[in-house]
Design a protein around this ligand. Structure first.
Ligand code: NAD
Length: 421
């Protein structure tokens, strides 16, 4: 996770690349080079043995020109200010690329949550919310789960915030349990959004699923669900992996059987295929490669060996800037993370909308509205990429930057005020 220091530098490089083809004013780019607000807080927690520990937490509101900031809260020992800023920057562009009325935010606490009891975790989570309460809210900044945080933690946080303001406030946070105002369909939204994009691509390229092969790195929330969707539609999912094992079967893996085994034992079913390495999985000659695990897995060291025709980034930041250039030259289409995995935040927006209106949707309504957003924005980005002759990633950033520019420039730029007048 400390690699996010590089990822932030990469993100800013991508901003520069996008600014070359975006209609946004230079002042917009200037404003987006640093966060609007960055908080560092200390959180004293009474531990179960009676001792006191003081934890450090952060919350970044990177930009809120298009709507309240939106972004998760991470509990991890490697959380750092630069990582939080990088993730908040990404959220700003992710929300803009799909056109939902949110800005970008992110937060975190430096902690190994596995070493805390449930009661300590609850005190820490409530303490964090007390520390940042004045700077979050349904119309200010709306947190969500991230690494090592979940719906139970969101429930504690919403409860604490509601107590502070003296009124039930489900819209302060997303990723809540459904009974407390969470949205149906949020559980598989990230993979579904990626899959909605694959459908558009399939139509565009005339792909026949049965003749196409897929490799998925990471068999967790995003990767496993995506593999299930692809398998269900007839795609041949020939490789999957988790942090321990990678499996390959050229005739296609039995994904439901793998999912069942993973749920029961925590491991993949080794007898289902030949064991390969995670590095080899990335270099398979497949039609579609889906990195859905961790960042920086395709770098200048292995990008030249990637044989996939299309890469759909469900993970955040799996391809480095240097690798991007190599893949583009080789004709590999990369559907970038800020677009490919934006289904999750889109349904978080639906959750917030439902909380604000008090009117709740069916799972089908959620899925239909998500599909419309993902298809619309995929085609916007693809069109821009063709028109400008740039990779999909640059086009996605430029598309976001155009929208951010419209909002940030709504109060005027130098072009309106004139020089020195
Ligand atoms: P998860 O923890 O549910 O699953 C991660 C999977 O990756 C696990 O199977 C794990 O074993 C595997 N893994 C970990 N390290 C690996 C390694 N070095 N090599 C291969 N596999 C490895 O996480 P998730 O929620 O599915 O998130 C996966 C990625 O998708 C992350 O980059 C995350 O930021 C991104 N993402 C997730 C969501 C979401 O809603 N879940 C939304 C947007 C982006």
């Amino acid at each position: 996770m400390s690699t996010h220091i590089d990822v932030y530098a990469n993100a800013l490089k991508r901003l520069d690349l996008a600014s070359g083809i975006s209609s946004a004013h230079a002042e917009t780019v200037q404003r987006l080079r640093q966060p609007k607000q960055f908080l560092e807080v200390s959180i004293p927690v009474r531990m179960d043995d009676g001792s006191l520990r003081v934890f450090t937490g952060y919350r970044c509101r990177y930009d809120d020109s298009r709507g309240p900031a939106k972004g998760g809260i991470r509990y991890h020992w490697d959380v750092s200010p630069s990582e939080v800023k990088a993730l908040a920057f990404w959220m700003t562009f992710k929300c803009a690329v799909v056109g939902i009325p949110f800005g970008g935010g992110k937060g975190g606490i430096i902690v190994d949550p596995r070493s805390l009891s449930k009661a300590e975790l609850e005190r820490l989570s409530r303490g964090y919310i007390r520390a940042i309460a004045a700077n979050i809210g349904p119309d200010i900044d709306v947190p969500a789960p991230d690494v090592y945080t979940n719906s139970l933690i969101m429930a504690w946080m919403m409860d604490e915030y509601s107590t502070i303001v003296g009124a039930r406030q489900p819209g302060v946070i997303t990723g809540k349990p459904v009974a407390m105002g969470g949205s149906l369909g949020r559980d598989d939204a990230t993979a579904r959004g990626g899959y909605d994009i694959l459908h558009e691509l399939q139509k565009m390229l005339g792909w026949e699923p049965k003749t196409k092969t897929v490799a998925v790195q990471g068999f967790g929330n995003a990767g496993e669900t995506f593999a299930k969707f692809a398998h269900h539609d007839g795609y041949k999912v020939v490789a999957i992996s988790d942090s321990k094992t990678a499996l390959y079967n050229p005739s296609g893996l039995d994904i439901p059987a793998q999912a069942k085994h993973k749920a029961q034992t925590g491991s993949l079913l080794a007898s289902g295929g030949q064991t390969i390495t995670n590095a080899q999985l990335l270099e398979l000659g497949v039609d579609l490669l889906v990195p859905a695990a961790v960042e920086n897995v395709i770098t200048d060291a292995n990008a030249g060996k990637v044989k996939a025709k299309v890469i759909l980034e469900l993970a955040n930041g799996p391809v480095t800037v240097e690798a991007d250039a190599i893949l583009h030259k080789a004709g590999v289409m990369v559907i970038p993370d800020i677009l490919a995995n934006a289904g999750g935040v889109t349904v978080s927006y639906f959750e917030w909308t439902q909380n604000k209106s008090g009117y709740y949707w069916t799972r089908d309504e959620v899925n239909t509205k998500l599909q419309a957003v993902m298809a619309r924005e995929f085609h916007h980005v693809h069109k821009l990429s063709v028109e400008k002759g740039v990779p999909m990633r640059t086009a996605a950033y430029a598309h976001s930057l155009n929208r951010l520019g419209e909002a940030l420039e709504g109060t005027g730029t130098q072009a309106i005020f004139g020089k020195g007048r």
